[in-house]
Design a protein around this ligand. Sequence first.
Ligand code: AP5
Length: 307
Amino acid sequence: MVSLGISFSCVAAARTTPSLASSPSCSNNKPFASLHTTRSLETSRVPFRLEISYDRRFSAELRWKPSAAARSGSVVATTKPEPLKIMISGAPASGKGTQCELIEKKYGLVHIAAGDLLRAEIGAGTENGKRAKEYMEKGMLVPSEIVVMMVKERLLQPDAQEKGWLLDGYPRSLSQATALEDLRIRPDLFILLDISEDILIERVVGRRLDPVTGKIYHLKYSPPENEEIAARLTQRFDDTEEKVKLRLKTHHLNVEDVLSTYKDVIFKVNGDAPIEDVFVEIDKALSSILEEKSRIDSASMAAGMTH
Ligand code: AP5
């Protein structure tokens, strides 16, 4: 879908009322309005004119016409495709957050991590945060009445709508998936990081976080760049062997329901591979979706030019 903006050069003329014909700026009874793409005007440089003609009985006829430049073929019809909408899922410590950092950097999507939203509530000492922590400490899902509203509100913010979103760790149950389906919020791709369970514990206990940059490290697989960063790294309160086993159990109980909701868009990736190799696979999939979106938008734009 291409976003369009209308600028009428004779606004009064667009109304089919008797005063229209006597509008001083439209003296020859042939008012017109020009319509062109707004944001894509700069990027696509494909201007359009919208001609409005009408007869004495004031029945108006609207016609799309490509500009002279477009007719002469001097403009290139490249459109800005619809932003990507991606979900990423996987067992605890399968590498979701790590891949999200890379995806966000390359594709500029807004990263929305349910776990991070909850930890922010805990950090802020809110009632929801206090309740959430009780569940997180037991490796259980936080009740939907806390999580669903939080995620929905974040997804509907203008930045996520405009740049596209990358939803990490949500949905984790059928009811959470249904809450999005009810709003007709669906991903283009559901990335599933498939990982051998015997390496999860090592990943969890070795994970460290930089409170300054938010970057995820691993003492063995992704060590901090220097001593200064190493000294300030922190560990999550639920990153213990005992708690990750509980988190994994919760994951198994719910994952099938979620997968069944998105079975037509699931993209399974081997999460055991090194970080860069996992990203290569994801990157290929996202690029091809973007190409396809671009192709569809260009085709619909071209169809608009011929009508
Ligand atoms: P959340 O914060 O989402 O935790 P999680 O799902 O258990 O996932 P993690 O954040 O632990 O791991 P990750 O997959 O992001 O791995 P990472 O990239 O860091 O949720 C926490 C809790 O909040 C839940 O238990 C629940 O209570 C609650 N909650 C969250 N969402 C909820 C929801 N929707 N509904 C209800 N409750 C909810 O990687 C891990 C480590 O491995 C890092 O050190 C990293 O450097 C390393 N690593 C990553 N990839 C590789 C690789 N390919 N090779 C080697 N090392 C790697």
